[in-house]
Design a protein around this ligand. Structure first.
Ligand SMILES: [Zn+2]
Length: 251
């Protein structure tokens, strides 16, 4: 195997001594944007790095039923794990990492861990009742600092920011529910009986204040990809408030 230089170091040097490959988003960014055509070679190198260590048996995180053999990499202190037996898993992780080289630090560090499991969410039957949708299937869940992505799926930007928002809420407020006194919550029209939010930025966000928050953050950072009553105006009050709650500059 040929050694490929990454930001002056060979990828073996970047492996570090903790047992998991260590990567820096700043290095990934420089190479992800390289217009010389090295981009493709870099992706190949990145996939090599991702395969450097054998998988380890990882305990279950929310929604997972069984422990699972997962490969790991640490990227700016966030542990990213995936099932290397899933077809295209390394490409999925490589794509995810290259997408987030410039994601603002408060959002990147809202997560301690991102797990790409091949398992389905074992709480799907509960949500199927809650949301009155017999075909409900979770793409991902968050809230305790970990994002779990189910069923060998990719993690699209909207879902990433949505689950990151749940983790950021827990980090900031000790709860996934935005507290009533926060600027964000005061903007919501909440039905006191049902808890539903009439003016959430998406249909899914109307379920409750927790999801209204996650959808506002997702909308603010993923650039209007929500299906439904999506808000396209980046200056929308809820999106601006979400940025301020996260201590990020408003637009
Ligand atoms: Zn959610």
């Amino acid at each position: 195997m040929t050694e490929v230089e990454i930001a002056g170091a060979t990828h073996r040097e970047l492996l570090g001594c903790t047992g998991m490959p260590q990567l820096k988003r700043s290095e990934l960014h420089g190479l992800a944007r390289d217009p010389s055509g090295f981009n493709f070679q870099w992706r190949v190198a990145l996939r090599q790095i991702l395969g450097e260590r054998a998988g380890v048996l990882v305990e279950t995180h929310h929604g997972m039923t069984d422990a699972e053999m997962l490969h790991s990499v640490v990227v700016d202190d966030v542990i990213v794990q995936w099932n290397d037996g899933v077809l295209g898993a390394r490409a999925t992780v490589a794509q995810f990492l290259l997408e987030h080289t410039k994601t603002p630090a408060p959002l990147w560090h809202a997560n301690e861990r991102v797990v790409f499991t091949r398992q389905a969410n074992n709480e799907d039957p509960v949500w199927a009742v809650e949301y009155d949708d017999p075909y409900f299937v979770s793409e991902a869940t968050g809230g305790d600092g970990t994002i779990v992505v189910y069923g060998g799926r990719v993690l699209d930007n909207h879902t990433y920011y949505h689950e990151t928002a749940h983790n950021a809420a827990t980090q900031m407020w000790g709860s996934v529910v935005p507290p009533r006194q926060t600027e964000f919550h005061t903007l919501l029209k909440v039905d006191n009986t049902t808890g539903r939010v009439a003016n959430a930025v998406s249909v899914y966000g109307q379920n409750n204040a927790t999801e209204a928050w996650a959808e506002a953050v997702a909308e603010a950072f993923s650039g209007g990809t929500i299906i439904g009553t999506s808000v396209k105006d980046p200056k929308h009050p809820q999106l601006q408030a979400a940025r301020r709650q996260l201590k990020l500059k408003e637009l």
